[in-house]
Write a protein that binds this ligand. Structure first.
Ligand SMILES: CC(C)(COP(=O)(O)OP(=O)(O)OC[C@H]1O[C@@H](n2cnc3c(N)ncnc32)[C@H](O)[C@@H]1OP(=O)(O)O)[C@@H](O)C(=O)NCCC(=O)NCCS
Length: 241
């Protein structure tokens, strides 16, 4: 019999689990994909398994991990997770080569989240849709972060979320409305993101992408990104349901 963690919050919403020094967080995966995403801030596989059992009791299944590196997967496997999906990791050095600016792209201090979420929903399917909670989390996940948009206020056609921390920079998200593609907006957003990241102290930009996102992979290759050979994995708890 495992000790029960204390739980703050109510489902569907953000939950914080604590047991002694261990701490975990869960939230709905997105508005359009069932189940939850759980993060272990501190804790071991037993704590994680107990959190999953609690989530199963709330009908918050399937339980998924965030996208994690291979080195982090053993704890998840020991808690009963299996690999579910994977993402490619790409990178590009930022020193050298000025990034040209494009007047269609600008930084927004107050992101127009409704427009951003509607573009994200149109650009991604299923598991890969982040929803508002996921997008806001992506922006907040690094010490510095910014949203760039392409297009006039109230009628944006694309956005990028970029962050920087400890000399690294992360292109967290990139999407252009399907009907506005092929006009250079995606390219302009990535160039602007690289310019911002270099000014924020980033030496290397890292991003991930789906294996089958061929337009995105062409765009990144054209802009000098290369595959690192690492994969990020989304793990899924295999039960008991
Ligand atoms: C990836 C994505 C952002 C690209 O957006 P986009 O605005 O179409 O990008 P661009 O217009 O800069 O480039 C697309 C193509 O149009 C071409 N192009 C660029 N400017 C152009 C112009 N002015 N006229 C004609 N063609 C142009 C590019 O050369 C590119 O050709 P390629 O496919 O051979 O590389 C978009 O396809 C998307 O939202 N995809 C789904 C979400 C996704 O995969 N996001 C990234 C992974 S996290």
């Amino acid at each position: 019999m495992r000790d029960i963690p204390s739980v703050e919050g109510s489902w569907p919403g953000r939950l914080v689990f604590r047991r002694g020094w261990a701490r975990g967080e869960a939230r709905p995966w997105s508005d359009s994909w069932p189940g939850s995403q759980v993060r272990v801030v501190r804790g071991n596989h037993q704590f994680l398994a107990t959190v999953c059992e609690h989530l199963a009791g709330l009908d918050a299944t399937p339980v998924h991990s965030p996208a994690i590196f291979a080195s982090a997967t053993p704890m998840w496997r020991r808690a009963g997770f299996e690999e579910y999906e994977s993402l490619l990791v790409l990178e590009r050095a930022l020193h050298g080569g000025a990034q040209t600016s494009d007047e269609r792209v600008r930084v927004v201090s107050e992101p127009p989240w409704d427009e951003i979420v509607s573009i994200d929903d149109a650009a991604f399917d299923g598991l890969w849709r982040m929803g508002r909670m996921g997008l806001e989390e992506a922006l907040a996940s690094t010490r510095k972060g910014v949203v760039l948009v392409a297009g006039p206020p109230g009628a944006i056609d694309g956005f990028a979320i970029v962050g920087a921390e400890h000399g690294y920079s992360y292109l967290q998200r990139l999407a252009v409305r399907p009907e506005a593609r092929g006009r250079g907006l995606g390219t302009a957003l990535v160039r602007a993101a690289m310019g911002w990241a270099a000014r924020a102290g980033g030496h290397l930009m890292v991003l991930n992408t789906q294996h089958d996102a061929l337009p995105a992979r062409r765009l990144y290759a054209r802009l000098g990104f290369t595959e690192t050979g690492s994969l990020l994995r989304v793990m899924r708890w295999a039960g008991p349901y």
